[in-house]
Every structure is written in C-alpha cells, then in structure tokens.
Design a protein around this ligand. Structure first.
Ligand code: GLV
Length: 311
C-alpha cells in the first residue's frame, strides 16, 4: 500500500515536517529528494518547486500539497500528473508576515524614514513636511487571503485603502475595483501600490509601463508576490523618471537575483530575498494534517487549487 509522504523541496532538509507529521500520525514513511527509494510507495507529496516531471513519476500519488500559498511553482511543471488533486497551504503565520512586510515598507516610505536616516548621517536636524495619512492612498493588488488581511490592516491604520482583483469582491471598509476596466482607476488612486497577486497567465507582466504610468506621480511600489508580475525595464524607467519614488522588492523575475542586477545597488530600491512570507510549519501544518485525514477517509479536501485559474 502506498502510504509514504515525500518532502520535495531543496529549501530545508524537511525534518521538521517529518516531526510534525509523525506527531499527528505516528511513525511515518517519510522520504526526501535524497531518499526517494521506491517511488511507488509515495502517496502524498509536500512540494516546493518540484523538479519538472518528478511528481508524474510517482505512480501511486494521491495528493500534492503546495508548501507555498502561491502555486505557480507547481503549475510550471507541464507534466503534473492529471487527476491528482492539488491543495495549498493556508498559513495564518505566513499571512501575518506578509501584511507586516507591506506595512513596514509602506510606513518607512510614508514617514520618510530613509530621508531622516540620510539627515542623521549628515547630523542635520531637518523636519520635513509630512503627508497626512488620510491623503496617502494604499492600493492592494490581489484580494485573496493575504491581500484581504493586508488591506484590512492598512485601513485600520487610517490609510484610505482600495483593493483590486480579477473578479468583483466586496470588503468592509475597502474600496474595491476589478477586472481590466477597474485597473486604471485603481492604479490612478494608489499612492502606495502593494502587489500580492498570484502569478497566472493573466497576471504575468501586468505591471508594465502602462500600469506604472497610471499611478500618481511619486508613487511607491511594494512587490511581495511574484517577480514576473513586473516588467523590470518598465519599473526601472519609472524609477528613473521619478514617476515612482521607490520600490521594495521581495521577489524577482530571476531568483536568486543575479549579482549584476541593477536592483541590488539602486538608490531607490530595497531588495529582500523572498522572505516576505515564509511557510511556518507551526501554522501551516494543521491544514495539511486535516487534508491528509480527509484524503485517507475519502472526504472532500480543503484549500483545493484550481489549475485552470492558477490559485
Ligand atoms: C511563497 O512565496 C509562497 O507562495 O508561499
């Protein structure tokens, strides 16, 4: 009987997952990329950026669990086994980290912290004019679980906050826009733009020259979603022209960000290495355990991914 659980990722050794799953299920047959053994025994794969075609070679695979909330890393595999359900983690810990990330950079920009750091270096006591929070409009692009949490927290801080999503959504206290028609209007009112969209064929390259031009002059951009949402040349041009006053980027078209990439040394860009929301086994595991129980007792799975929409 296939009942092994395989951890398919090079990010960590996966032993914390082994511990969490053994606590829940007793001794388990746990495999990693370096100890796959007879793959016919693998029932469940916990995956982050699996090598192309690998999951298709597990012939008794019953469930694929995405270890990221984003699933583009899985759907990039054009040989995914058909008919094997995909679920993704829902991780409150990760969600909270993501909103912290956006709020941190937004406040740092909003309160001119980098300018004051520069003044401190020059020993200059120089209070600057400030922008009233009520006049700093935040736009959150993507209103899934993370986008909603982020938007609500910005609204709680008093920022006029709007959200944009592919299909219409309503959210208390948040102005919402949707679809191609709503995009320009949404961008035109976003002094701080936070990208938290999934990467799908509809969102790839969505943040192009036209999108940056639609923002108010001097807008600030935070990308904590996926690098390929952005056309880098367009972003660099918008920074150079002053259309954008700065950007905080956690994700990139190529990761790790190549050493010669202009973002590394750009005076208006902050770079972090895809850490805005790290999967936290403590908060991600209850949903995974629940899904394994559901799978094994033939019940409906939760947090299912629809490969057609890409999330
Ligand atoms: C991280 O990038 C994730 O998708 O969870």
């Amino acid at each position: 009987m296939a009942n092994a659980i395989a951890y398919i990722s090079r990010d960590t050794d996966g032993l914390h997952w082994k511990r969490i799953l053994s606590d829940a299920f007793g001794p388990i047959d746990f495999r990693t990329l370096d100890s796959l053994g007879d793959t016919a025994a693998i029932e469940i794969a916990l995956a982050w950026k699996p090598p192309r075609g690998l999951l298709a070679s597990f012939r008794n695979l019953k469930l694929i669990v995405s270890l990221g909330m984003g699933v583009d890393h899985l759907l990039a595999d054009d040989q995914l086994p058909e008919g094997v359900p995909i679920v993704r983690i829902m991780d409150d810990g990760l969600v909270g980290q993501m909103s912290e990330y956006a709020i941190y950079w937004a406040l740092r920009h909003h309160r001119d912290i980098d300018k004051y750091a520069e003044s401190q270096r020059k020993k200059e006591w120089k209070p600057l004019d400030f922008v009233d929070t009520l006049h700093r409009r935040v736009g959150v692009m993507g209103l899934g679980t993370i986008g909603q949490d982020t938007a609500k927290k910005f609204a709680m801080l008093g920022f006029p906050t709007a959200g944009w999503s592919r299909t219409a959504r309503t959210l208390d206290g948040i102005e919402t826009f949707h679809g191609a028609d709503g995009l320009q209007k949404f961008l035109a009112r976003s002094d701080i733009l936070v990208a938290v969209l999934p990467l799908t064929r509809n969102t790839r390259g969505l943040l192009d020259a036209k999108a940056f031009a639609a923002l108010p002059r001097g807008a600030y951009f935070i990308n904590m979603a996926r690098g390929p949402l952005v056309e880098d040349d367009a972003l660099l041009a918008a920074l150079a022209s002053g259309q954008l006053s700065g950007a905080a980027l956690d994700v990139f078209n190529q990761e790790p960000l190549p050493a010669d990439h202009p973002y590394w040394t750009h005076p208006k860009v902050h770079v972090t290495p895809h850490i805005a929301g790290a999967t936290n086994p403590r908060t991600a595991s209850p949903g995974i355990i629940e899904n394994i129980k559901r799978l094994r007792s033939g019940r409906e799975l939760i947090n299912r991914v629809d490969p057609r929409t890409g999330y």
